[in-house]
Write a protein that binds this ligand. Structure first.
Ligand SMILES: [Zn+2]
Length: 246
C-alpha cells in the first residue's frame, strides 16, 4: 500500500488538498471566488506548482466555499472535473442551495447573522465536456485508478445531496464538509459534525463508512486533520435522532 504525498493550500476558510497523480495533480475543492489569485500565488510560493499542473479537480460538493473558483481554475488549467451528478444543476447556476439547517442553536445564532450578508454565489461552472459524473450511491474505484491513485470515491450525502468523500488506500480520508475540525467550531459545539446538515443520520453513516473502509486520518475542508479514532469515539457518543439542538 503506497503512501500518498499530500499537499494543501489553505485559502480563506477552505483547505484545498493536492495529490500527485499520473498526469500532474488532483486537487480536492477550491475556495471562495475572490480568493483565486491568492490561491495561485500560494500554490506557486509554497510548492512551486503552476495552475496548469492541476490535471483534475474533485468538488466534494457544490457549496460556494468549495466550488467558488472552480470555473476560473477549470478554464485556466483545462483540468477534468469530478463531481457527483447531483451537483451539476447547482454548479451551472453558481449558487449554493441553502436547504441545510444549522446543527444547533449556537450555529443558528452566529450564522444567521453571517448568512444575511453572504452572497452564496459564484461563477457558474458551465456545461463542460471534461466531466466525470459519479452516479447514485455507487462506490467508484475507477476514476482514481485511471489517474494513478489507489482509493475510492463514495457518495456521502448528509451535509448536501451531492456530497462525496475520497478515501485513499493509505487511510487518508477527505470528507469535504461531512466532518469539520476548526477550533472555533468547538465553541459552537460541533464536535466534528458539520455546521449545517440535511440529515445527521447520514453524516454518521458516512463516518461509519470511513471507519469500515479503513480510514486512518481525516483531512477536512475546514480545520486541522485528525485521527479516525476521534470519529469512532463520537459515533459511540452520539445517538442518531437525538441530534438537533444538542
Ligand atoms: Zn458545505
Amino acid at each position: 500500500m503506497g503512501k500518498f504525498k499530500h499537499q494543501f493550500v489553505k485559502v480563506g476558510f477552505t483547505n484545498c488538498y493536492l495529490l500527485e497523480c499520473k498526469d500532474g495533480y488532483l486537487q480536492i475543492d477550491t475556495g471562495y471566488p475572490k480568493d483565486y489569485s491568492k490561491y495561485k500565488q500560494r500554490l506557486k510560493k509554497k510548492y512551486n506548482i503552476e495552475i496548469n499542473e492541476i490535471a483534475h479537480l474533485i468538488l466534494t460538493h457544490h457549496h460556494d466555499d468549495h466550488a467558488g473558483f472552480a470555473a476560473n481554475l477549470l478554464e485556466e488549467s483545462k483540468a477534468s472535473l469530478i463531481v457527483h451528478e447531483n451537483a451539476l444543476k447547482r454548479l451551472k447556476l453558481g449558487l449554493s442551495e441553502i436547504k441545510s439547517r444549522p446543527l444547533n442553536r449556537r450555529v443558528r445564532f452566529v450564522f444567521g447573522f453571517f448568512n444575511k450578508f453572504h452572497e452564496f454565489q459564484y461563477p457558474p461552472v458551465i456545461p463542460y465536456d471534461n466531466v466525470k459524473r459519479l452516479k447514485g450511491s455507487q462506490d467508484n474505484h475507477e476514476v482514481l485508478r485511471d489517474i494513478g491513485l489507489e482509493g475510492v470515491i463514495i457518495h456521502t450525502p448528509g451535509h448536501t445531496e451531492d456530497g462525496i468523500s475520497i478515501i485513499l488506500d493509505d487511510g487518508s480520508v477527505f470528507p469535504g464538509d461531512n466532518a469539520m475540525n476548526a477550533w472555533y467550531f468547538n465553541i459552537l459545539g460541533l464536535q466534528k459534525r458539520p455546521l449545517f446538515i440535511q440529515d445527521l443520520n447520514l453524516i454518521f453513516e458516512s463516518w461509519k463508512q470511513y471507519v469500515n473502509l479503513k480510514g486512518k486520518r481525516i483531512y477536512p475542508a475546514h480545520g486541522k486533520d485528525f485521527s479516525i479514532e476521534l470519529l469512532s469515539k463520537k459515533l459511540s457518543k452520539f445517538k442518531p435522532d437525538s441530534i438537533l439542538y444538542s
